[in-house]
Design a protein around this ligand. Structure first.
Ligand SMILES: *[C@@H]1O[C@H](CO)[C@@H](O)[C@H](O)[C@H]1NC(C)=O
Length: 362
């Protein structure tokens, strides 16, 4: 019933948009997956600013904040919540597609209800990465710090609902991790230390090992369905395109591709090894799905692929654009600021990722 209801709601919304054929296809396609998906009752997200819904809001030391205009102009109520986009971010969209809730809140802050604790929260922090050094200059919550928050969450939930119910929520939940961009963009290319220690392929190898260790720790803490998001085509972010030509910067794209191809093999290995029996791991390909938007903007209804709606230099993001005006026509833009996609772009590729890979976690 729940899935039929969701399908009808989808239909109604799409009919309003005058896209009846698309609506029929969505329902036909979604039908196979919805039953298993409707048994998922909680979502947890770890990562960086792609998915942080406001965990950095009360941290005055970090520049990676977005709880002021123009951020959030298209969020319900036009509210700047700390999400690094004009509207919702991937965690919200995943929770919504699974029929759990419309917004996935930050774990840090005092607005959480018990129902939020039962249905999932986000531990991500803008500026974070798999490499512990990445979070230090950004004053972000490191990947290890995010796992500590998860342990804190488990204790809090246990105190509220008892151990048995806590264990159920944790083992039946679905988990996503979105990190790695700051490791490559900031820690490797911007700051000198890691570049002195590693060449690019060996740094990527180190990152893959860090990412696998993170995933194994999370698995050991009770997470059994883990969706692993790859690294986006970093060289195509407005802030990284080469000055003058505005072409995608090839070295950053190669680093992302190398990480993604290595981690895909590791995910396969984790699935075979089953260190914790009954675990499922899936790789979600952000790289080619975002690149597809950039290469075929007309197909997806975009006009601007290289500039951000709030600007395109490395300083056109986070606290550096506090109260700056945004462009008037954000629906034309793939990128909202110089690092982060717009809500429309997120919607597009999260929709595709959901169709491509979600079943692997069911
Ligand atoms: C990951 O864990 C393994 C096994 O404990 C360890 O040997 C390796 O150094 C770790 N990798 C990183 C990058 O910390």
């Amino acid at each position: 019933m729940a899935s039929l209801h969701r399908c009808l709601v989808t239909l109604a919304l799409l009919f309003l948009n005058l896209l009846p054929m698309a609506a029929l296809l969505v329902c036909a396609h979604g039908a196979a997956g919805t039953e298993a998906e409707s048994r998922i009752s909680s979502v947890f997200v770890f990562g960086d600013s792609i998915v942080d819904p406001g965990n950095n809001n009360n941290n005055p030391l970090t520049e990676a904040r977005a709880n002021f205009p123009p951020y959030g102009q298209d969020f319900p109520g036009g509210k700047a919540t700390g999400r690094f986009s004009n509207g919702k971010v991937p965690g919200d969209m995943i929770a919504s597609k699974l029929g759990i809730k419309e917004m996935l809140p930050p774990y840090i802050g005092d607005e959480l209800q018990i129902s939020d604790l039962l249905t999932g929260v986000v531990f991500a922090s803008g500026g974070s990465g798999y490499d512990p050094l990445t979070s230090i200059p950004a004053a972000a919550i490191s990947s290890t710090g995010q796992l500590e928050l998860f342990l804190d969450y488990k204790e809090r939930l246990k105190a509220l609902v008892g151990e048995k119910e806590m264990e159920r929520v944790i083992s039946e939940g679905i988990y996503f991790t979105f990190m790695g961009s700051n490791d490559i963009l900031n820690n490797y290319f911007l700051y000198p230390l890691r570049r002195h220690q590693y060449d690019l392929p060996s740094y990527v190898k180190f990152l893959v090992s860090s990412a696998v260790n993170f995933t194994m720790k999370l698995n050991g803490m009770g997470a059994k369905r883990i969706g692993f998001m790859g690294i986006p085509p970093l060289g195509c972010l407005p802030s990284q395109r080469e000055l003058g030509s505005r072409e995608c910067e090839p070295l950053r794209n190669q680093a992302a591709e190398l990480f993604n191809s290595e981690i895909t093999k590791e995910i396969h290995r984790l699935n075979v090894e089953q260190t914790v029996p009954g675990s499922k791991f899936a790789y979600f390909d952000i790289y080619y799905n975002l690149l597809d938007l950039i290469q075929r903007p007309d197909f997806y209804g975009f006009k601007e692929v290289a500039e951000g709606c709030c600007g395109s230099t490395p300083l056109d993001a986070a606290i550096f654009i506090k109260y700056h005006p945004a462009c008037p026509n954000v629906q034309d833009y793939i990128f909202w600021d110089s690092f982060h996609p717009s809500q429309k772009a997120y919607n597009n590729f999260i929709d595709k990722l959901h169709q491509q890979n979600m079943q692997e976690l069911m």
